[in-house]
Ligand binder design. Sequence first.
Ligand SMILES: Cc1cc2nc3c(=O)[nH]c(=O)nc-3n(C[C@H](O)[C@H](O)[C@H](O)COP(=O)(O)OP(=O)(O)OC[C@H]3O[C@@H](n4cnc5c(N)ncnc54)[C@H](O)[C@@H]3O)c2cc1C
Length: 360
Amino acid sequence: MNTHTQQQRVLVVGAGYSGLMAALRLSPHAHVTLLDPVGHLTERIRLHEVAAGRPESEVTHPLTARFLRHTRITHHTGLAVALDPVARTVTTDSGQVMPYDRLVYALGSTTRLPAAHHERLFTAETAPALHKRLLDGPGRLTVVGGGLTGVEMAAELAERHGGGWEVRLLTSDELAPSVSDKGRAHLRKSLRALGVRVEEGTRVDDPADVDADAVLWSASMAANTGLAVAAGLALNSHGRIDVDAARRSVSYPEIYVAGDAGGTQRMSCQAALPLGTRVAASIVSEGRGRGPVARPISYVLQCVSLGRHDGLVQSVRRDDSPRRLVITGRAAAFVKEQICASTVTSLTLAARRAGLHRSP
Ligand SMILES: Cc1cc2nc3c(=O)[nH]c(=O)nc-3n(C[C@H](O)[C@H](O)[C@H](O)COP(=O)(O)OP(=O)(O)OC[C@H]3O[C@@H](n4cnc5c(N)ncnc54)[C@H](O)[C@@H]3O)c2cc1C
């Protein structure tokens, strides 16, 4: 182990997929503090399952007991409310000022809400409330947004609540623009079989215009850049933090950005986990005096669940553009479930590895 890197204070803000992975990978090599408002990892990729009725407790994992217990990471529960990139500090909602040599900004993304708020409006982030509302049914549910998340939501909810609820999906574009024609044909067919009425080419700006008892808004995701913008970090044309090839902020190179918050990659767990690993490797390399490491991520698959018994596995090129090969049906549902489970497994393995290096 290198003494330079041991002396680095790395503050990781956000304990989602990318932040937690970065913290675990850095743990043997630096003084790592992990700042997150809640004491658990939420499997965001399963929030459509929660909306359909899966208990939230099954998709949340206590940070300390499951991942941090045997590592050298200091976990601090709190919300980052201010970033001072000149003084190199982050201030929490309890007023604590946390200094850093390197910051990993891993605040992820949330559903981009429409300008008008509406009481019938739900998002992935309010999945438990949506489930409660669906239990009060029957009624008409409209999912707005035909990207992969909107498709997964519509299918899951129709499969689980289809008896009482009429489910409709509205999307301004064609359904799931990122998959191949063959993949899209399967999505359309499966949604139809589940009773979902899909209306492509229908743009909605205001949920109040939607004739439904409940509206699930899934039109797009916005990177959590509030802290970064207030601190003067430059954003790119996607409204995410502008980063160099090593994922350092172009404004302040001691700030690394992991996951959805920065860059231009598809917002996904598939990218967030390896980005956490890459950011950690780059910080370790810098600490050893070797400079930052730039290693782009490459894609293999896009996976969509269509309820619990069907799915789509779309093979893609390294740049995420779709290839011809698709897997559908139960086999795809099985693959998708294995991939979802592997996210927590990979974090658990990283935690074990970090634990082995606990003693200096
Ligand atoms: C329903 C649904 C299904 C999805 N399915 C898939 C899928 O099948 N495959 C896939 O690859 N991707 C999927 N995604 C996308 C995936 O979940 C995200 O891209 C991924 O979670 C991004 O990881 P992240 O580490 O960047 O951020 P996140 O996982 O969003 O984590 C951000 C963390 O930051 C914390 N935080 C936020 N604000 C603050 C603050 N001020 N201070 C401190 N901490 C803060 C949060 O508590 C959270 O822990 C899905 C998303 C949704 C909503």
